[in-house]
Design a protein around this ligand. Structure first.
Ligand SMILES: NC(=O)c1ccc[n+]([C@@H]2O[C@H](COP(=O)([O-])OP(=O)(O)OC[C@H]3O[C@@H](n4cnc5c(N)ncnc54)[C@H](O)[C@@H]3O)[C@@H](O)[C@H]2O)c1
Ligand SMILES: NC(=O)c1ccc[n+]([C@@H]2O[C@H](COP(=O)([O-])OP(=O)(O)OC[C@H]3O[C@@H](n4cnc5c(N)ncnc54)[C@H](O)[C@@H]3O)[C@@H](O)[C@H]2O)c1
Lengths: 206, 206
């Protein structure tokens, strides 16, 4: 358990990081953070060293990563673990986006913790530091990494099978991009998303 | 002007094509269409030959393309021309999707008629048969192809400039995927879309 006095400082660090504008640097040094927080740079480094190797020597801490780490330590944001199933063009774009902007001022922070693709040529490759894995290992991964949402970005003909495999692996909530109605048990949550609906909304206002 | 008797048959062909299930073949022969429409295969071919080279010898007509063509001829659907600006991973996925499923039972049919990218390595390449062009030619293309919606799929730092260039070129409605508020004149329509909001909606129901 982390001592209260440290927890209070962590909360201050998080507040300082949340108050940064999107136009500020992606990295912050312990000196800069200490000035914002009203403590010494040594204290900042000491506090954060409790939680692993968070900073880069000579560079500092990556703001988005540190903020996300602090938020999950403090349970200030709900962190929801997400798996992306189907790492083609859309799946890749979404993964990169979500790894870069996990929560954009929302109550929840979405962390992509797993990537799956049937294509053996893709397995073993990385997207934003995350390995593309064989769907065979989905049940184990879902359990270990507490995956709660599956993002379906496979071709239309593969979507039903992909969702069923994810269901068997323990995922019960889906964000579905494939242009097909998924047939899933009633207690499963499915949100279908379609750029056509947004274009349609825009077109009606023209 | 197309004679009424032909227009009536075109409307019947469109109806037949609209009644096909998504599980049917992507291609239909003039013989198959004639059987559905209650006319001779020769009549089908003669009617459709009025509007260009719509079919492939020995293969038939691509259903999605023919349906879309008939719909725009008959103004049965509003066809809205779209330009995709930024043909990276997300832009490519959206283009392929929209070229394949232009209207999925909506009142409007969205046709991607132009692709733009600043990267000279991408210019000249094709996505689903559509050329990636230099944004320099945007004003001319927008006018010639009646582009009404611009889809912004460039990196965040480039979004404002990309939208302004599109505005100067004559586009006044935008579907924006970049994670930044665009600053545009009040009579411009902007719809911002964010997968995070959809994940958020799903997360609240967990
Ligand atoms: N709803 C929308 O607004 C929208 C927009 C764009 C694309 N799409 C849809 O998103 C999907 C992905 O599009 P894309 O352009 O990225 O396709 P893509 O072909 O580039 O990628 C699909 C990937 O899924 C993998 N795959 C296939 N079956 C799988 C399975 N059972 N399990 C795991 N991985 C599997 C493939 O190996 C491939 O890497 C398509 O269904 C497309 O129609 C929807
Ligand atoms: N809102 C969402 O849900 C969501 C999801 C995924 C990605 N995104 C965003 O979509 C955008 C595209 O993502 P991506 O992964 O495809 O990026 P990408 O880097 O793969 O592609 C961006 C493309 O834009 C081109 N480009 C840059 N400036 C341009 C300009 N001024 N005019 C024309 N083309 C230009 C680049 O050459 C490149 O080809 C990013 O802003 C990303 O954050 C949003």
């Amino acid at each position: 358990a982390v001592p209260d006095v440290i927890v209070r400082r962590l909360a201050i660090y998080l507040r300082c990081l949340q108050e940064r504008s999107q136009d500020d640097d992606d990295f912050i040094s312990s000196v800069q953070l200490s000035q914002l927080a009203g403590v010494t740079a040594a204290q900042v480094r000491k506090d954060l060293a409790n939680f692993g190797q968070l900073g880069k020597q000579g560079v500092g801490y990556e703001v988005i990563r540190l903020r996300s780490k602090l938020a999950s330590l403090l349970k200030a944001d709900q962190v929801v673990s997400v798996a992306v199933i189907g790492v083609g063009e859309l799946g890749t774009a979404l993964t990169r986006y979500l790894r870069r902007y996990p929560y954009m001022e929302l109550a929840h922070s979405f962390e992509v913790v797993a990537l799956f693709d049937l294509d053996p040529q893709k397995q073993g490759r990385e997207v934003e530091g995350l390995l593309i894995e064989d769907p065979e290992s989905m049940a184990k991964v879902v359990q270990e990494r507490h995956v709660r949402i599956g993002v379906i970005t496979v071709p239309r003909i593969a979507a039903q099978a992909a969702a069923e495999a994810a269901l068997r692996a323990g995922i019960t909530a889906f964000l579905n991009f494939a242009p097909v109605r998924l047939e899933l048990p009633p207690d499963t949550r499915v949100l279908n998303t379609d750029v056509l609906l947004e274009l349609h909304q825009l077109a009606f206002s023209l």
